[in-house]
Write a protein that binds this ligand. Structure first.
Ligand SMILES: NC(=O)C1=CN([C@@H]2O[C@H](COP(=O)(O)OP(=O)(O)OC[C@H]3O[C@@H](n4cnc5c(N)ncnc54)[C@H](O)[C@@H]3O)[C@@H](O)[C@H]2O)C=CC1
Ligand SMILES: O=C([O-])CC(=O)C(=O)O
Length: 327
């Protein structure tokens, strides 16, 4: 089997530095799948990318078939099977992710066009750079020959944060927590939903009876975790973001576990009243090929209001990028 070609943009950045080594080690595509890893950087990042490439070689990973570095997106994406679009500015203290829209939005149109020009027929794209949902929409809009569903925005870090909080609250191991959903935008308006979840033997709905904990503790802790990390570390989440990207692509390509689902930002088909074409987070399963939205969940009034608020923000971001001429 020929190696899978994986391109990481921002390959020399802080997420890239954690991500590259996990991909190369087989954590994303499995111990039997060889990978050619391509790092795309801007010219100022090329020297650091060369250093990372040297370290990847020095790690002697059995599944790493080669490392290549590029500063030209068209060359970096030619024949690529999986693209992780990480390269973008991170926010600093006091900023919201949407404050990055004008600066980072410019990156994703040309990269979408470059993917359209030469990526492999089975290309799958995960957008990590913020604001991730709207950047995914921009990239997809510039890639008319690639089905929009092949563009995802990463909300898996939010999903994983929710699992971490529930494990800490209940004392149950993360592996026994199922059917948590992140709805909406990867922003402070996101809605982490536990009404369908099970935490060991405990139904999420029974934890949700404590509305003060749900509204004033769990939801804001998950939704504002990115800012808390920036405050504590002086830099935005990196290793956990890389780990979430690995989880996202692994589940997309290998399939999700029976009886569980995960969360991903995908183009809405209108499910759950989310306007078509917005890249919103949904509960999803994968059969190894494509995501399917988990349909038929009962959405109570508490959840409806919060989903609608986050989706309204996505619609505003779409208007903003239309105004900037980015889509
Ligand atoms: N969706 C999510 O859950 C998360 C998203 N993020 C976002 O990921 C992005 C990257 O974060 P970090 O790695 O911490 O930032 P960083 O600043 O450490 O690294 C970004 C890298 O991207 C490169 N870059 C910039 N423009 C590029 C372009 N046009 N093409 C290729 N490379 C380019 C830079 O030279 C730099 O090396 C930020 O936008 C951050 O907000 C961060 C954490 C979680
Ligand atoms: O908060 C940020 O700016 C970085 C990020 O997206 C996250 O950690 O979820």
């Amino acid at each position: 089997m020929s190696p899978v070609v994986v391109t990481v943009t921002g390959g020399a950045g802080q997420i890239g530095y954690a991500l590259n080594f996990r991909i190369a080690s087989g954590a994303m595509l499995g111990a039997d799948t060889d990978v050619v890893l391509r790092l795309l950087e801007i010219p100022q990042g090329m020297k650091a990318a060369e250093g990372t490439a040297m370290e990847l070689q020095d790690s002697a990973f059995g599944t790493l078939a080669g490392v290549e570095i590029y500063d030209d997106p068209v060359a970096a994406f030619a024949g690529t099977n999986i693209a992780l679009l990480v390269g973008a500015r991170p926010r600093g203290p006091g900023m919201e992710r949407s404050d990055l829209l004008a600066a980072n939005g410019q990156i994703f149109g040309p990269q979408g066009a470059a993917l359209n020009a030469g990526a492999a027929d089975d290309i799958r794209v995960l957008v990590v750079g913020n604001p991730a949902n709207t950047n995914a929409m921009i990239a997809s809009a510039h890639a008319p020959d690639i089905p929009a569903a092949r563009f995802n925005a990463m909300t898996r870090l939010d999903h994983n944060r929710a699992l971490g909080q529930l494990a800490a609250k209940t004392g149950q191991p993360v592996r026994d927590i199922r059917r948590v959903t992140i709805w909406g935008n990867h922003s402070a308006s996101q809605y982490p939903d536990i009404f369908q979840a099970s935490i060991g033997d405990v139904p999420g709905a029974s934890l949700a009876v404590d509305r003060a904990w749900l509204s004033d503790d769990f939801i804001p802790t998950v939704a504002k975790r990115g800012a808390a990390i920036i405050d504590a570390r002086g830099a935005s989440s990196a290793a956990s973001a890389a780990s979430a990207a690995i989880d996202h692509v692994r589940d997309w390509t290998a399939g999700t576990a029976q009886g569980d689902w995960t969360s991903a930002g995908i183009p809405s088909d209108g499910s759950y009243g989310v306007p078509e074409g917005l890249f919103s987070s949904f509960p999803v399963t994968s059969d190894g090929e494509a995501w399917q939205v988990v349909e038929g969940l009962e959405i109570n009034e508490f959840s409806r209001q919060r989903i609608d608020a986050s989706v309204a923000e996505l619609a505003e971001e779409r208007e903003a990028v239309r105004g900037l001429g980015l889509v």
